[in-house]
Design a binder for this molecule. Structure first.
Ligand SMILES: Nc1ncnc2c1ncn2[C@@H]1O[C@H](COP(=O)(O)OP(=O)(O)O)[C@@H](O)[C@H]1O
Ligand SMILES: [Mg+2]
Length: 266
């Protein structure tokens, strides 16, 4: 048994971008030979320019995308060999939060229902009262007032919506939280509040994290290890300190010199 939660080996992913009847179909090779292991309790930062394949990598890990070749192991077992039950458990234990906090919430559901939905899916709590208590407990953990319980997403700010996304993702006590540009669409002041929240949750709840951003400054503040992605390939992977203080790759140097940056679009 290895001490890694997640092991990704020689992962390749491509998208068909043109289908031809009389000649070869055209593909976009988005991930090329990706290798990394996720150690329990650590935070892996993934950084790279927009379009380099970061979201595709997150989605592929969760099987929301098909991979072309390669293996993904969860607690040393290949996820392709999972039974339905094992897969369901995997999806409960590996959660994701997205860049667009408002767009990832169902506009017709109340905040309380949005946060408690994963409890229904995984049939965690049965009676209504314990569900409500659990929801109020995570709302407090992520800094949301219980007054928002019966409100709707459009009544909340971007930062509050992202807190709802985080609450929803931690309610079933995941082992791994994948954060795909979780602060990129927020104002700078709100960005640092959400980053602080993620850091404190990680420590309090003992969550292992994958933290994705196009913004090196953000990744630096939260990661133990950093992986630099360029056009679907890992060009550098090392401790956060090493990558920032002594970058080996030219592309990493370029990314570092572009901090601080003006635009914030992921
Ligand atoms: N479902 C898809 N079909 C075709 N191309 C895709 C699909 N998803 C992503 N891509 C392409 O793959 C590349 C990587 O995208 P993405 O993983 O979203 O990058 P990032 O998150 O780093 O900005 C982009 O060129 C994007 O246009
Ligand atoms: Mg992305």
């Amino acid at each position: 048994m290895s001490h890694y939660l997640l092991e990704v080996k020689d992962l390749n992913c491509r998208f068909e971008i043109e289908r031809n009847l009389f000649s070869k179909n055209k593909y976009l090779h988005v991930l090329k030979n990706i290798n990394f292991n996720l150690k329990k309790g650590s935070t892996l930062g993934i950084v790279g320019e927009s379009g380099c394949g970061k979201s595709t990598l997150c989605r592929t890990i969760l099987s929301l995308n098909n991979k072309e070749t390669g293996n993904i192991k969860w607690f040393s077992k290949d996820i392709d060999q999972f039974s339905n039950k094992e897969f369901k458990n995997f999806r409960q234990k590996v959660q994701i939060i997205f860049q667009d906090p408002y767009g990832s919430l169902n506009p017709r559901m109340t905040i309380g229902n949005i946060i408690s939905e994963p409890l229904e899916i995984y049939k965690k709590e049965n009676d209504k009262k314990s569900k409500t208590l659990k929801v109020l407990d995570v709302m407090e953990k992520v800094g949301l007032s219980d007054l928002l319980f019966n409100r709707f997403p459009h009544e909340l700010s971007g930062g509050q919506c992202q807190r709802v996304g985080i609450a929803r993702s931690i309610i079933n006590e995941p082992d791994v939280l994948i954060c795909d540009e979780p602060v990129s669409s927020l104002d700078l002041s709100v960005q640092s509040q959400i980053l602080d929240l993620l850091k404190s949750l990680k420590n309090k709840l003992n969550i292992t994290m994958v933290f994705v951003s196009h913004d090196l400054a953000v990744v630096k503040s939260i990661s133990d290890e950093v992986m630099v992605l360029k056009q679907g390939e890992i060009v550098e992977k090392s401790s956060a300190e090493q990558v920032f203080n002594n970058p080996k790759d030219e592309y990493t140097k370029k990314l570092i010199s572009s901090v601080p940056r003006i635009n914030n679009i992921g």
